[in-house]
Design a protein around this ligand. Structure first.
Ligand code: NAD
Ligand code: SER
Length: 325
């Protein structure tokens, strides 16, 4: 049975990935780590948790030794919008943190999953049906670290035979843990605000098209990629994956099918709008489909039904939220 370490486990993806991995491989086989303590009771109590700063290489290897880690999901990072306000920190965490994890994985012969992003593309990338292999000249610090990270993971595979794998995720939509400061966060906030206040002020233009995916598909994609036959993986560190693409206007229309009085207004934030305008409208994910059988299950309609149902349950019974008191 695998012995898995998750970095950044308190974040939007990590909190749900830890639960999914514990279900799949056993609670004591998955060590959640972060520089923040979990506030979610399930994450804290359902298996081991370690405080772990990816900028401390000795600490990483010590935790790996104690838990006999053989697989790492490295999710610790600074996202795109926060990265533009703190570029030095984004470089530190996204590059030096990744380097430390790659070195630790090399030393202990671990398989390693590292997510990339639509942020690895830039204004000169073809925006429609963005190819798997294409121009990557991002103009955000987040994008620069994502492209460098893809290349570094390729290098460790080629040079040291490390089993590195990764996905270029689109914006991820989920209801368990709020997002950590990305450009695509509006696609989560809009559902929260629809349920809480029946209105939302959006920081992107009504017609801004971006790729998106619902969290259950993202969790399955990560686990399926790590279980895939390595001989079939030509693009092992940077598979385009997507499930749907929409604009704020389109998601508002979808929400109105369930909450007819829902209102949306637009107050554009120039920084996040410029980032979104430099990212693809929609990606071609045929390499992932051919090489390891990627298939999304949720479209915008299905995701909207599920998001509104889950969030309505939480808002109407806030005392049932799984917070540590
Ligand atoms: P998040 O911001 O919600 O979580 C990141 C976690 O990393 C946080 O809990 C934070 O405390 C932790 N962290 C920060 N610095 C650290 C350090 N020095 N050591 C250890 N932990 C540290 O981010 P997320 O949305 O869960 O994203 C995880 C990964 O997936 C990132 O690489 C991100 O670029 C990528 N990704 C996310 C999305 C998305 O929409 N959420 C889309 C594409 C790619
Ligand atoms: N959701 C992420 C962001 O906006 C995409 O990588 O930063």
């Amino acid at each position: 049975m695998k012995k898995i370490l998750v970095t950044g486990a308190v974040g939007q993806i990590g909190s749900e990935l830890t639960a999914a991995l514990r279900k799949e491989y056993g609670e004591n086989h998955v060590v959640a780590t972060d520089i923040r303590m979990p506030t979610d009771v399930d994450l804290r109590d359902s298996g081991p948790f370690e405080f772990l700063d990816c900028l401390d290489p000795n600490h990483i290897t010590r935790v790996m030794q104690i838990h006999e880690t053989d697989t790492i999901y490295h999710l610790a990072a600074i996202l795109s919008a926060v990265g533009e306000t703190k570029p030095a920190q984004a470089w530190q965490v996204n590059m030096n943190g990744l380097y430390n994890i790659l070195e630790a994985a090399r030393q202990y012969h671990c398989a390693l999953f590292v997510p990339s992003s639509i942020g690895a593309f830039g204004p000169t990338t073809p925006r429609d049906n963005t190819p798997q292999d294409t121009i990557q000249r991002p103009d955000t610090i987040y994008g620069v670290t994502k492209v460098a990270g893809e290349l570094l993971c390729d290098y460790y595979h080629k040079r040291f035979g490390l089993d590195t794998r990764g996905l270029r995720f689109p914006g991820l939509v989920s209801y368990e843990t709020e997002p950590g400061g990305g450009t695509t966060d509006y696609a989560v906030e809009i559902y929260y605000e629809a349920v809480r206040h029946k209105k939302y002020k959006c920081y992107l233009r009504e017609d801004t098209s971006l790729d998106m995916m619902y969290m259950p598909d993202a969790l399955r994609a990560m686990i399926e990629l790590m279980e895939a036959d390595p001989s079939k993986l030509k693009h092992r560190n940077a598979f385009n994956v997507t499930a749907m693409n929409f604009t704020p206007g389109r998601v508002a229309d979808e929400i109105r099918k369930h909450i007819p009085e829902f209102e949306i207004a637009y107050e554009v934030d120039p920084t996040r709008q410029a980032i979104a305008d430099s990212w693809p409208n929609y990606m071609d994910d045929s390499a992932a489909r051919h090489e390891w059988g990627w298939r999304p299950t949720y479209d915008l309609a299905g995701m909207t039904v599920d998001m509104l149902e889950k969030l309505t349950g939480r808002v109407s019974a806030p005392d049932k939220q799984k917070r540590v008191s």
